[in-house]
Every structure is written in C-alpha cells, then in structure tokens.
Design a protein around this ligand. Structure first.
Ligand SMILES: Cc1cc2nc3c(=O)[nH]c(=O)nc-3n(C[C@H](O)[C@H](O)[C@H](O)COP(=O)(O)O)c2cc1C
Length: 418
C-alpha cells in the first residue's frame, strides 16, 4: 500500500517502470490537457513521476492538477533549490528519463540552440549534459511543424540522441501522439537492454596513410556513424569495443576505445580483437583509406628543388575481408559508400560486397561533395541482407540509423542478449 493516496495507482497496470523516476515537462500547447493522463499512465506502470511546467503551460493547465496527478511537488519556477539539478543533474537521485510532452515549437527551438530561459529548457539542457535520455512529443499547428527551422531543430536534437515521437497530422494540426504510444516509447527507451552481454567490435573514422612523417593521404570521414553505433550498442547492454581512426568525435564512456592511425594498424587491431575475444558482431563503419603510398619517405620531402613529385599509391587490404576468415561465426555488417551511382547501382554494389566479404548485412549509402553522408549529422541508407531483402532508411540522424541498425540485427538477424 502506497504511503501517499495520490500514488495508490502505482504499478496497477504493470511493473515495467518500477523504481524509475520520470520527469514530465509540459509546455504551452493545448495538448497540455493530456499531461495528467500521461503522468497517471506512467505511474500505473510503476514510475514515480515529477512534473515541470513552463510559464505558458501554467496559463493552460493549473499546476495543482499535475500535483494531484503525480502526487509530487510541481516545478513552475527555478528557486534556490536548483530544481533542474535535483531532477536532471549528475547525482544519484536524478531522473531516469525526461519526457517533454507536449513540446512546443518554441521549446524545441530553444533546446536545439542551447538556450535555457524557462523551467523546461533548463531541465532539458541539464539532462543533455548529464546523459539522461530525453523523449520529445511535439504538438503544434501543422503550419508551425512545416517551418524548415522547426524541422531543422528537430533534426539537430535527433543527432544529439534525443528521441522524437512524431506527431499525427490530423485536421491541419501536428497533434501529440496518443498516451499509449508515449508510455510504450518510455518503456522501450528505459528497458531496451536487448543486447546485454553481446560482444560488439566496431570500426569507425578514417585512416591516415603516411607519405612522409608530415604528409598523409586520408579521407573526410568524421567517425560519427561508428561512434553513434557504439553509443547505442553500449546503451543497450552490449560489451562494446570501438577501433577508432583519427577522428575528433565523442566516444561513449562505456565503450572500450582503441585508437589507431593507419589502415595497417586498424587491420592488426581488428585481427587481434577477433582472435582474442569472442566477438559476436563486427560492424565495419570505418572509411579505411583505399590507397596508401607504396613507399614511406623517412624524412620530410623537401619542396625546394622538387616542383613536381610523383607518389605511387597501392591498394590497402580490405579489412572486412579478413573478418569471416578470422572468426567465421561473427555476424558481419559491412558499410558501403559510393559516389555518383543510381540507387539500384548502389544496391548492386552492396550485394557484391556481401558476396566478396561473406557479410551478413550491408549498409549502403551515397556520398557526395555536399549533402548527407561522410561528415554530416544525417544520412540516408539501405540495409541489404543475404536473403535479398532491401530496407530503405530515409534521411535521418546517425543516432537514429544506429538505433534502426541494431533493431535490424535483433529483429531480423537473431542477435540476442542474455
Ligand atoms: C491556447 C494556446 C495554444 C497553443 N498551442 C500551441 C501548440 O500546440 N504548439 C506550439 O508550439 N505552440 C502553441 N502555442 C504557443 C505557445 O504557447 C508559445 O509559443 C509559448 O511561447 C510557448 O512557451 P513554452 O515553450 O515555454 O511553453 C499556444 C498558445 C496558446 C495561447
């Protein structure tokens, strides 16, 4: 029996959220009327729910309603108690998840720009810094939702790992999704530990091939795709090992990262990992330099007296070709990036990679001088498996692609955690 009669519904519909603290942030949208129902449903699944209301939200619903709904004090202003730190700062009592429902165009824009001048945006900024998962359920007039800057803000936040629950377009409005979909997403976000104990080896970033001690041959890979996969795998409980080329990218603290520079070092590290650790999944998302100089000049090649030089390049070994040879049972995911091809030609190239490397899945994408792909935050890819199935993932953040890729491994290729 709960000590607080307002909380006597806790866990009556399920125990999935037992022992979790969830903060629901409510902003100034008419859909704020759904907030008490969302809070109550989360409690029925076991959560302890805290509400934060923006000033605009307070004009639409009375904070007392949320106090009743959650059985907890409601934050409507930031005081000396530093409520944003209590709810989302880095300490043992922090929330397990921040849900912004409904989220206005205004609040989404501010969070995407790092502005925190309301209760809700300050909680969100603090949560982003503390690594607390954030789920956003937007709600607004369709004309607002069509605004390119609003869409850009959503893309930006997705690339930071914020998950969005896409609104339903009804009667000219981008309406907040149903409460049941929000509760399901919260449970999934907190409980997707479906890769617990699975050993992942991921390569990421470019490699650098030395001409002399100063000059290199390389490519523009940012390493963001591989880092996003490593973050998602670690979050879902996988034992994550990341072999990272020279890229300035944030790596997940839960992943073991091995830094390498050249294709030779990357190949050596991959072989050692495959030989020494039981690796169930290998994801080759690194853009290994295709060519390296045939000879390495031990000293810097002088420019004076050398107005023209010729550098002979030779192909580097294909790292993905060694994976099945070294560890036949490892599930191999090969990335294939091509320039200037049609979609069907790209998919055909990916099928060739499946054949030549023995990969179980290819992830193919177009790369260009501009647009998505190499250095960008977003990408558009195709998953091609050995059964011939092709799945198109339209332009989305690399975080989202990482999530969908791991879902594919679990749902379609049978990778299972403990
Ligand atoms: C009755 C009413 C309904 C509103 N509904 C929405 C909405 O659904 N979505 C939205 O983005 N803004 C909506 N607005 C505008 C926001 O309240 C306004 O942009 C406000 O500055 C948002 O502040 P906040 O994001 O701090 O809550 C509405 C305003 C009013 C008066």
């Amino acid at each position: 029996m709960s000590e607080n009669p307002l909380k006597d519904i806790t866990g009556t519909s399920g125990k999935e959220l037992l022992n979790t603290k969830i903060t629901i942030c409510v902003t100034g949208s008419v859909a704020a009327i759904q907030a008490p129902e969302i809070a109550r449903e989360l409690m029925r699944r076991g959560a302890d729910v805290y509400a934060v209301l923006s000033e605009s939200a307070c004009k639409l619903i009375n904070p007392r309603l949320m106090e009743w709904a959650t059985g907890n004090p409601v934050v409507t202003e930031l005081t000396g108690q530093t409520e944003h730190v209590q709810l989302a700062g880095e300490w043992s009592g922090k929330s397990n998840l921040i849900l912004i429902a409904p989220a206005t165009a205004n609040t989404i824009g501010k969070i995407a720009s790092g502005i925190d001048d309301t209760t809700v945006t300050t909680v969100a900024t603090t949560a982003l810094g503390s690594g607390i998962p954030i789920l956003i359920a937007p709600s607004m007039h369709q004309s607002m939702y069509r605004h390119p800057v609003v869409l850009e803000n959503i893309r930006k936040l997705k690339s930071l790992g914020v998950e969005f629950l896409d609104p339903q377009i009804v009667e000219g409005k981008a309406k907040i999704v149903q409460t049941s979909a929000i509760v399901k997403a919260v449970i999934q976000r907190l409980h997707r530990r479906d890769l617990l104990g699975v050993n992942f080896l991921i390569t990421a970033g470019p490699t650098q091939e030395y001409i002399d001690p100063i000059r290199i041959v390389t490519n523009k890979s940012s390493g963001k795709m591989g880092a996003a996969i490593a973050r998602e795998a670690a979050r879902r409980g996988a034992t994550t090992n990341l072999i990272l080329g020279p890229a300035d990218v944030e790596t997940p603290p839960q992943a073991r990262t091995i830094r390498v520079e050249t294709s030779e070092e990357m190949l050596k590290a991959v072989k050692e990992e495959l030989q020494n650790n039981q690796c169930q999944v290998f994801i080759g998302s690194a853009a290994v330099a295709d060519y390296k100089p045939s000879t390495f000049h031990r000293t810097k090649i002088p420019t004076r007296g050398n107005p023209k030089i010729t550098i002979e390049l030779e192909a580097t070994p294909k790292i993905i070709d060694c994976v099945k040879k070294t560890s036949p049972k490892t599930c191999l995911v090969a990335f294939k990036a091509e320039h200037g091809l049609s979609n069907s030609e790209l998919i055909e190239k990916a099928r060739e990679v499946l054949k030549s490397s023995g990969a179980d899945l290819a992830v193919a994408n177009h790369i260009g001088v501009e647009g998505p792909g190499f250095c960008a935050e977003d990408n558009e890819v195709y998953f091609i498996d050995r059964k011939g199935s092709v799945t198109h993932i339209p332009l989305t953040s690399k975080e989202d692609i990482a999530r969908q890729l791991l879902d594919y491994l679990v749902d379609k290729l049978g990778i299972k955690g403990l």
